[in-house]
Every structure is written in C-alpha cells, then in structure tokens.
Design a protein around this ligand. Structure first.
Ligand SMILES: Nc1ncnc2c1ncn2[C@@H]1O[C@H](COP(=O)(O)OP(=O)(O)OP(=O)(O)O)[C@@H](O)[C@H]1O
Length: 727
C-alpha cells in the first residue's frame, strides 16, 4: 500500500504535476500531497472491492486529484467543489499556449470544463497538459464516504450535500447561514398598526406621481419588508434608489423605536419625551473607503431631500458617516482576526452594509460574529456585479435572480402594512409581480429587488446596455453600441453611450486633454479630486496592449509625462523618481500603520511648508483631516501605481461621470489576440460592472468578436450557501 501514496507515485514533484494538469500552483500540489499523507492510514484501512491493487490505485489517484481540484477551486473564488462538476469529467487538460499561462485561476477552472472538441480545432497547438479523467460521480461519492476525513480530531475537509469543502470554508458557510437564519426567526416587536402608520407617513399617497399610480412601489415594499425582520437584503442595479430607500427605512426604524419605548416608559415616567428615547444605535459600513464615502454622500443627499416629509428629529438620528467594514471590526495587523469578534461584540442595534457584492464569505462571517444576536442587519447591493475578489459569492447566493417569491404570510403582511389590500382586491399579487419567469429560486421573504432605475430613464444608452449585457443578449447590446455610430455630431455629444472603434489616439487623447490635463492646474487639491472623479479609463486586465499598465503609460504620453524607460518598474509599480504634481495614484497594498488600504486613491500635489518651500506630497481625501485632506510623504507610502487607467475589478464601489472602457481598439478580429488570456477574462459580470460605473457617459472601445465573448461569458461561483425561507 505504501507505494500507492498518490502524491508521490502519480507525480514525483510539482513540475511534473504542473506539466500534467493545467493551471495548478505549488500550493495546490502541496495541499493535495499533505492531505493524502494525512489520510494514508484511512486509505490503507479501507479495503477496496476484491482487494485488487489497481482498484486501490485508481481510488487513490482520484482522491488525490479531488484534493488538487478543491485547492484550485478555492483559489478561483469558489467556497467548495461540487463533486458533480468533476465526476466522470476530464479535468485539467489544455494547451501550453502563452495565453493559458496567463489565465487566472477562475478562468482555468472554467476551462477545465470546456468541451474536448476544442482540442481538434486547435490541433496545430501543442497539447501539453493531459489532465485527469475522474471516475463517475457515484464512485467518487462512495470512495469519499468510505474515507475517514477526520484526522487527529480535526476534520480537514468536509463533504456536505456532495460539495467538498476545506473545513474552514464549510464552517464559514455554516456559521453565516445559521446567524442569518436565527435572525430571520426572531419575531418582530412592532405591531402592524405602528408599522403601517410609519410607512404611510414616509410614503404619502399624495406624493405618488400620476404615471406611477398603477405600479407596485417596490421601494415602499422594501421598507415594509425590512422593518419586521432582523435580516433583510435590498438589491438592485445602479440608481434604483437603494440608498434613498434605506434612508427611509432607517427613518421608519428610528420613529418606531421612539414609539415603542414611549409606550412603556409613559407608564413609569410621563416626563419623557420622544427625543430623549430614541437611543437606537445605527452604523453604516461598506467594504472599501471609496464605497463608504459614496454611501455617506448618498445618505446626506437623501436626508436633505426628506426635509419637510420626515420629522427633523428622526432624520437627525440617522448617522451620515459610513466607515469601512475593516474599521468597524478593528483590524489587528498581520492577523485575519479582528478586535471585535464573538468575545468582544459591537454594541450596535442596526448595521447597514452597502456594496455587499464585494464582501467575501470569511469577512461576512466575521461581521456576523462581531454583532450581538439582536442586531438588525440590512444588506444593500447589486447581485449582478462581479463577486468578491476572495472566496464566496454571498450576495449572489442570498439574492438569487429571479426572486423566488414571498411566503403567503409575508405577502399578507406586506399588503396589510403597505395599505395594498384594496389593490389586492383588484387582483394585484406581489408574487406574480416579482416572478417574471418561472424559476426554481428558493422563497426569499427577506429579499426585495428594486427594479426601476431613477438615474437612467430607460431611453438612455447606459441603462439599456447594462440590461442587455447582464441578460446575455449579444445582438441587442451590440446593436445598442452600433446605433451610437449613426447619431449626428450634435446628439453624439449628448449621447450617453459611444462606441469607439478608431485608434486609441483619435478618441482617448482628446478625453485625456479634457479631463486629466486640467487636474494639475487646479488651484487646490480638493478641486483636483473633484476633477479626477469625473472620468476614468477602465480595463479588463493589467497586462497587454489594452491593459492598465500600457494605458497608464500611453495617457502619460498624451500628457507629455512619458516615463523614461530606465525608470519603468515591474508590474506598473510607481518609481518615486517619476512623481509629478497632479499625478493620480492608487495604493496597492494595505498599510495598517498608516491607515492606507489597497484601492485608496490619492493625488501627488505640491504642498508648501512653513518656509514657503514646495514639496511633493501624496494627498488623500479624509473627512477627519484638516481641510479634509491628509498629506503623506511619498517615501512613506506602501506600494502604489498611477491610476489614469484601472482594472474594472478595482473600480467596484466607485462611480465616475464619464467612463471609457477599453477592451480592444479597432474593428479587427486579430485584435482579439491582444487581450491577454484570450476571451476567458471577459464575462458579462465584468462588462456590467464596468458599464454601471458610469453615471452620465460611457465610451466603449471594442470590436464585435471581443464584445460577444464578454457578453457570453459568465462568472459562476460554487457555494452551498442558501437561505430557502420555505424550508
Ligand atoms: N422614489 C424616488 N423618487 C425620486 N427620486 C428618487 C427616488 N428613488 C431614488 N431617487 C433618486 O435617484 C437617485 C439614485 O438613488 P440612490 O442613490 O438611492 O440609488 P442607488 O441604488 O443607491 O444607486 P447606486 O448605484 O449609486 O448605489 C438619487 O438622486 C435619488 O435621490
């Protein structure tokens, strides 16, 4: 049996394994090897049918490759590996082309599942990865069930519902699911009458526009749906009013918190007034500093818009400053743990988390760990956007599209408190209104989708193309892009959407002149930040002709700031000798000591010292700093780079007045090859995320081949997290 140590007998070393299986990294090889070594005793003790040695070898090879695939899938962002995805399949085969060497883990995992027929089409290329053919699903299930996965009192991997997990990720999912479900089982303390009164006052009938009188007001439903639950999700695309709605929700919760204690306290203390009794503790958070800043601004806007409609004392109790999740939890440098956890819980009564699509599974679990059981959690986000960089797809898992419908009890409650009984008699049924297509999605009482964009009127190009892309409609989206070419010059200026197919210099250089050139001429750095937020070039990749590094250099060339070749550093990393007044930078590495985080944006600016001497400083917007600007010596900065262009991944949580998304240049099929990693990097979620970063204007540089590949591609994350309310 000793010679059937799969890690040793199948591949003698990592290089051998790497040559056989496409896309594995050393970490996968060593994980699988360690697992097999740890399981040796269990493998030896299981008698394979007829005790035939070849069968035992086959089993061990399969078990070994399952661990290899599990590690690869985790790196690709999946929280587990469904056995159905590998059972009977040829995994890890492929070509040793340059492109495949550059693929990300996620693409590799997709590629593993691609059709074998691809091979014959590309027979001209060398097939160097033979891959591994897994035994059928039922055989894999049997082998795993026979193995004792518990080693030295520790369950290293877990098999649950035919999903194979690393123990930690199983625990994250299990713990998060349990924390959410226990909140959903907490009964509501407010009466329907009080809730109805509160909703009626913040959604006055006479404020409804004539054109909207026949529509279901999903914002009102969202508020009602979240008030009576300790966990709720309000999901929707850009500008559908998530922040507007949640501000009304917070106002309703503040006013209800005033009513309830007043009733109790009135018996004991008639002197109490409402104002003194509303000590409800609310906190607003978002995954990044930029997203937190945007949330703060949107809440301030919403609150000022509600003056006159909602009691000023109630509005005054809604916080306006959001912070990052990391700050809320209290970062411990060089540790994945936080100061606030199950042993040191936060005192908040309500936590609002925005941009939840960016929050990964471990972080979301840690947030729930740090909250008291009674804390109400409200999640906001757009489930169609790219999932989090690290493992998990929390928002997409708990906000499946299309909506699976409300339970009868919840529907009755909503119709009651929203005063929709009359509507119901007239045949309005919320479930039929949300279920646009028959589906198998689980029932979701805690979830409300906002569907009507308040930013895009449905006629403008950005909203339309975002919809077409996320629905995978290649023809419609390409048509929308092409229509922009036929508009006359005057309307083209007004047009939200522009297809750029000329050489970059023709259309990008004027945009650089319009938006980036004036930055350095601003009289102060605050104005420079305002200007910088007007425009951004977005790329799908870092490397390649249309990658961030290349475009940043190209834009510097347009600005007359070309980097001398000898100063160019690897991976776009900025050399301090290349800094100049007005250069926008992005931090690439967390520095907890300085309080600077990956993705923070700054501007290099001449700052005058006491003696009137000017020094280049890195300036960052920070509301608590003097004049709202924090200044740091560039030599103290962690890794950073220029940010005229940035990846779509990094723009999540940010918006710009005008976005230029560069996927390829002219309408030339050979251009496709210039996108590093071929088409696999593109997905409809990536395009949708890029498109929806634009508030007013969107320029897309692409050709039909590249565009089609993007719209067809889809990000799929495996996970076992599901909150079916009907079960
Ligand atoms: N019911 C409404 N009536 C009038 N204006 C509204 C309504 N709902 C939202 N708005 C306005 O639409 C704009 C977008 O709303 P909001 O910022 O809340 O959307 P969002 O979904 O949070 O957007 P984002 O994509 O920025 O996350 C805001 O100016 C807001 O005031």
């Amino acid at each position: 049996m000793d010679k059937v140590m799969a890690g040793n007998s199948i591949y003698n070393n990592f290089q051998q394994a790497k040559a056989a299986i496409l896309g594995i990294e050393a970490i996968d090889y060593f994980f699988a090897k360690e697992m097999i070594n740890a399981l040796t005793e269990s493998l030896n003790s299981v008698t394979v049918a007829n005790n035939v040695e070849e069968k035992s070898l086959l089993r061990d090879e399969n078990v070994y490759h399952m661990f290899l695939a599990l590690s690869v899938s985790l790196r690709a962002g999946h929280s587990c590996l469904p056995l159905a995805e590998i059972g009977g399949k040829h995994w890890g085969k492929g070509f040793a082309s340059k492109a495949s060497q550059e693929l990300t883990e996620q693409e590799l995992f997709q590629q593993e599942k691609s059709d074998l027929s691809d091979m014959s089409e590309s027979s001209a290329q060398t097939l160097s990865h033979v891959g591994f053919v897994f035994a059928p699903l039922s055989q894999l299930q049997q082998w795993l069930s026979e193995l004792n996965l518990q080693i030295a009192d520790k369950q290293l991997v877990v098999l649950d519902n035919d999903n194979l997990y690393m123990r930690r990720y199983f625990q994250f999912e299990y713990e998060l699911g349990r924390a959410i479900k226990s909140r959903l089982n907490t009964p509501c303390t407010y009466s329907n009458d009080d809730i109805r009164a509160s909703i009626t006052s913040i959604f006055p009938e006479d404020a409804v526009q004539e054109s909207e009188k026949d529509e279901v007001d999903w914002q009102k439903i969202a508020v009602a749906n979240a008030i009576n639950k300790n966990f709720s999700v309000i999901a929707g695309g850009p500008g559908t009013g998530k922040t507007y709605t949640v501000t009304k929700l917070l106002a309703a919760l503040v006013s209800l918190a005033r009513i309830s204690p007043t009733k109790q306290n009135q018996e004991n203390d008639n002197e109490n007034d409402n104002k003194a009794l509303s000590d409800i503790n609310i906190v607003l958070v978002a995954p990044t500093g930029k997203a937190a800043q945007r949330l703060s601004e949107s809440i301030v806007d919403a609150i000022s818009g509600f003056a006159g409609l909602i009691d000023a004392n109630v509005l005054a109790d809604i916080p306006t400053q959001a912070q990052t999740i990391h700050r809320l939890l209290g970062v411990i440098p060089n540790s994945p743990n936080f100061r606030h956890d199950e042993n040191n819980r936060l005192a908040y009564d309500i936590v609002l988390i925005d941009e939840v699509s960016m929050v990964d599974l471990p972080l979301m679990t840690r947030v729930f760990r740090a909250l008291k059981d009674s804390c109400k959690v409200i999640l906001l986000g757009d489930a169609d956007q790219l999932p989090s960089v690290a493992a998990g797809s929390v928002l997409a898992d708990i906000a499946p599209r299309p909506h699976g419908g409300f339970s009868t009890v919840n529907q009755e409650y909503l119709l009651d408190v929203c005063n929709l009984n009359l509507a119901q008699q007239q045949g309005i049924n919320l479930n039929s209104a949300i279920k646009h297509t028959p589906n198998n999605s689980p029932q979701c009482d805690y979830l409300t989708f906002l569907i009507k964009s308040r930013r895009f009127d449905g006629k403008g190009g950005i909203g339309l193309i975002a919809n077409a892309v996320i629905n995978g409609d290649v023809n419609r989206s390409w048509q929308l892009l092409n229509d922009t070419k036929n508009t006359d010059t005057e309307s083209a200026v007004e047009n939200q959407l522009v297809l750029a197919q000329d050489e970059l210099t023709h259309w990008l250089a004027p945009l650089v002149k319009q938006y980036y050139q004036p930055i350095a001429q601003c009289s102060n750095v605050k104005d420079a930040f305002t200007l910088l937020s007007q425009f951004r070039v977005l790329c799908a990749t870092r490397q390649g002709d249309y990658g961030v590094e290349q475009l940043n250099e190209q834009i510097k060339g347009y600005l007359g700031k070309s980097t001398p070749f000898h100063l160019q550093t690897q991976q776009g990393q900025q050399s301090h000798n290349m800094l100049y007044h007005g250069l926008p930078i992005m931090i690439n590495q967390n520095d907890y000591r300085l309080g600077l985080y990956n993705g923070d944006i700054g501007i290099i600016w001449h700052v005058e010292d006491k003696n009137g001497n000017k020094h280049l400083m890195a300036c960052f917007e920070e509301s608590s700093a003097v004049d709202g600007i924090r200044k740091i010596l560039p030599s103290r900065l962690p890794q950073f780079e220029s940010v005229y262009a940035m990846t779509i991944h990094k723009t999540q949580g940010s918006e710009f007045t005008h976005v230029a998304m560069v996927l390829s240049a002219n309408d030339n099929a050979s251009d496709e090859s210039k996108i590093p990693s071929g088409s696999k990097l593109l997905s409809r979620e990536l395009l949708y995320t890029g498109i929806t970063r634009a508030k007013k204007k969107l320029t897309i540089a692409t050709n039909k081949t590249v565009w089609k590949q993007g719209v067809i591609g889809q990000v799929k994350r495996y996970s076992g997290l599901s909150l079916d309310c009907s079960s």
